[in-house]
Design a protein around this ligand. Structure first.
Ligand SMILES: *Cc1c(COP(=O)(O)O)cnc(C)c1O
Length: 392
């Protein structure tokens, strides 16, 4: 089927809630993709930070196939081995105590907010349900996670939003203290704000927030939906910030391309969810869990070290181009933001790059790169060459 035919059918039968680029992807190998008409692309997006092992990984595909033949779904009324394996690996590699599995980032964050409110309710009773989040944050698209998101553009149309969120400026303890109060139960934040523009939080700020949370018995909730699963060069970004969160959410990359996510709690919060207080039909699905098992196995110390090296290499190559429309790069590991300068917007630049064979993302006013963690030097060099040819 030609691209134009496919697009016409999408517009006829699918709700037009996405502003898609004019490309229909057909298949891929590692960080290289081909569209329905056979044109090649270098992928600096990994499906928005999801396909961390790239496309067409054989071990990942085989684990999914084998598990599908054995047991595709069973629900949380019964035990099954794949999700237990993933939970054990996550706890052993992070020092967290236990895991609840969900299916997406927003849903994982909902669970994290529910856990924080229940922790506080169990200990202090009603009236202490407010969660402080940061301006420029992004926590999801459900009514509650939109309310948590600290960007006014998201607070539209869908009134009434969930109560109980206040927003403070990142890297400012004064701002955070100014929205504090007796009704607060938690602070929730991304360590590198993703959708907001790839904005890493200052280490001192993060440590000060952790200290304040400990003093006031607020839970420290870290949204690692984008930063987690190796993206920043450690299994989770909090491990590089040197903090111990109370709860951490994850999703995007965890199963390398299948819908999966969840939250991990530390010892203090491990017993908050008791039977029937939180649940989901698909959570811990055996196929998604089998895929996650492969992702976690591949993300060993060697690959994590490579993520840091590749991130530095790619940023260095891009800055060396010294393009008039691009400024400084920032980020951690293979989560990279690029400042956009001049009269073209980030969306216009992304559209040009995509048309010329390089898939990339925008975030805030800049460009954002989230390549597969397995991207090769050759693929990075091809991508940078397309940037040079397109944006010079
Ligand atoms: C993508 C993202 C979410 C939402 O995840 P979905 O799977 O789209 O619901 C939440 N938080 C952060 C930090 C994200 O990057």
């Amino acid at each position: 089927m030609s691209f134009e035919e496919l697009k016409a059918r999408d517009h006829e039968y699918v709700m037009q809630s996405y502003g898609r680029f004019d490309v229909a992807i057909d298949h891929g190998k590692n960080a290289t993709l081909w569209d329905v008409e056979g044109k090649e692309y270098i992928d600096f997006t990994s499906g928005i930070g999801v396909c961390c092992l790239g496309y067409g990984n054989e071990d990942w595909s085989k684990a999914i196939y084998d598990q599908a033949l054995k047991l595709g779904h069973i629900s949380n009324l019964f035990y099954s081995e794949p999700y237990v394996n993933v939970a054990e690996t996550l706890c052993k590699r992070t020092g967290m105590s236990n895991v609840f599995f969900a299916n997406s980032g927003a849903e994982s964050n909902e669970g994290m907010i529910k856990l924080a409110r229940k922790y506080s309710f169990d200990k202090y009773g009603k009236g202490r349900g407010t969660v402080i989040t940061l301006n420029k944050s992004f926590h999801g698209r459900t009514i509650t996670t939109l309310a948590a998101t600290g960007q006014d553009v998201f607070h539209n149309y869908f009134f009434p939003f969930t109560e109980g969120f206040r927003h403070a400026d990142a890297n400012s303890m004064d701002s955070l203290e100014s929205v504090a109060g007796h009704d607060v139960c938690a602070v929730m934040m991304e360590l590198v704000q993703g959708e907001g523009g790839v904005l890493p939080l200052d280490v001192e700020f993060v440590h000060s927030v952790a200290k304040l949370c400990a003093e006031r018995d607020w839970l420290l909730l870290i949204d690692e939906v984008q930063t987690g699963v190796g993206r920043t060069g450690s299994l989770f970004a909090f491990q590089q910030y040197g903090i111990v969160p109370d709860v951490v959410s994850f999703a995007k990359g965890i199963a390398g391309g299948l819908p999966f996510g969840g939250i991990m709690a530390n010892a203090k919060c491990a017993g908050v969810f008791t039977p029937a207080t939180h649940a989901t039909t698909f959570g811990g699905n055996p196929i998604a869990a089998a895929a996650a098992g492969v992702v976690l196995e591949k993300l060993d110390e060697d690959l994590l070290a490579q993520v840091k090296e590749k991130g530095e290499y790619l940023r260095g190559q891009i800055e060396a181009l010294d393009l008039p429309c691009l400024g400084k790069t920032r980020g951690m590991g293979l989560m990279i933001g690029i400042e956009v300068k001049g009269d073209k917007t980030n969306k216009e630049l992304a559209a040009k790059l995509i048309a010329n064979g390089l898939l990339c993302l925008t975030a805030g006013p800049g460009l954002r790169l989230l390549p597969p963690l397995t991207i090769t030097k050759e693929e990075m060099d091809k991508g940078v060459a397309i940037m040079k040819a397109t944006l010079s």
